[in-house]
Ligand binder design. Structure first.
Ligand code: UFG
Length: 333
């Protein structure tokens, strides 16, 4: 790298953001994380500096951008829990949509015109075809997905209005796993994600794992998801960054491996990896869950030359388990 690029990372103290900050730091980028620590942790920021701030505070955000003068903004800060978004949609439109407008406004004021956005497979809703490709229609079935889709629509319009502005939206499928050295991992104590809940159940933080719905149109009746290791996702961000700095035009990429596992398969793998047989209860469907979400990831592999290294469910669960055993914010009921 001839010039040390400056990267401003919102939500860099959170689960995915902290793994990307780590990867950026290892590659020698100059990183400034901005995080309100609502779900993130100061100790998770392994590289660069951290400022504690909220995207709702536009003046503070503007000052941070003016002082740091980033070349690129990576935007992770968001609320991410699908069932919570169904119960409290306004929280999602405020945190994910309104706050992103603040960030884009402040970037415009500071003439920052490169943006990498954490989008989600939830924008597809119930896709007609599996695996789903980037040109499938966006048709979210929960407010979380809608809040992210709205940002994708803004970005398209902003890029149309301003030819200097270029962005990449990365649509994440189900991100799991942790740093191989167990320095960071999923540390939000209210986490509702399947792998984390299964491991917390193995640890006896919960007395049982509930499976939400066994009557879906899938081979074993439970939902299918494409689980991707967080370090492979971090690598996708570095490639997207390189793509934008090399002059690549605004684009959207799926981030998944291209094959999925059912909830039952994940539960069995969690029991195998941990060697612990925990209680499982099958109950009714959870609101807002599509039956299957699997990425067509050929575009990111071809265009960004992404070669995932950890496409192995047991490895993903193993790294998450090693982390979960020492997770400092684990909070037994
Ligand atoms: N599930 C259970 N029991 C649990 C937790 C989850 O059966 O205790 C099931 C869910 O019903 C779903 C599957 O496991 O069928 C995966 O659920 P998660 O809560 O782990 O993840 P989601 O698929 O709901 O959402 C995640 C991210 C979103 C992202 C989406 C993309 O949270 O940000 O993956 O696929 F959009």
């Amino acid at each position: 790298m001839s010039k040390k690029l400056r990267i401003f990372v919102t939500g860099g103290a959170g689960y995915i953001g902290s793994h990307v900050v780590k990867a950026l730091g290892e590659k020698g980028y100059d990183v400034l994380t901005c995080d309100n620590l609502s779900t993130g942790n100061e100790w998770a920021v392994l590289c660069g500096k951290l400022i504690i701030g909220d995207l709702a505070d536009k003046d503070a955000l503007s000052k941070a951008i003016q002082d740091f003068r980033p070349d690129v903004v990576m935007h992770f800060a968001a609320s991410i829990v699908v069932p919570e978004s169904v119960k409290d949609p306004l929280k999602y439109y405020r945190n994910n949509t309104v706050n992103t407008i603040n960030l884009l406004d402040v970037m415009k004021e500071g003439a920052v015109s490169r943006f990498i956005f954490s989008s989600t497979a939830a924008v597809y809703g119930i896709p007609e075809n599996i695996p789903v490709s980037e040109d499938a229609p966006m048709n979210p079935i929960n407010p979380y997905g809608t809040s992210k889709m709205m940002t994708e629509l803004f970005l398209k319009d902003i890029a149309f209005a301003n030819s200097d502005f270029r962005y990449v939206s990365l649509r994440y499928f189900n991100v799991a796993g942790a740093d191989a050295q167990s320095r960071i991992g999923q540390a939000y104590k209210e986490s509702t994600h399947l792998i984390t809940r299964a491991l917390k159940t193995a640890k006896r933080e919960f007395d049982k794992l509930q499976i939400f719905g066994t009557d879906y149109p899938t081979p074993d009746g439970t939902c299918i998801r494409d689980y991707i290791h967080v370090d492979d996702l971090a690598e996708a961000h570095l490639l997207a960054l390189q793509y934008l700095t090399d002059g690549g035009k605004s684009n959207v990429f799926n981030c998944g491996y291209g094959h999925g596992y059912s909830v039952r398969e994940v539960v069995d793998a969690a029991k195998k990896v941990t060697g612990i047989d925990f209680n499982v209860e099958e109950i009714g469907r959870r609101q807002g869950d599509p039956h299957a979400l699997v990425a067509d990831s050929s575009k990111i592999k071809q265009r960004l030359n992404w070669h995932p290294k950890y496409d192995d469910l047991e490895y993903i669960i193993k790294t998450a388990w090693e982390w979960e055993k020492i997770n400092p914010v684990a909070n037994p009921r």
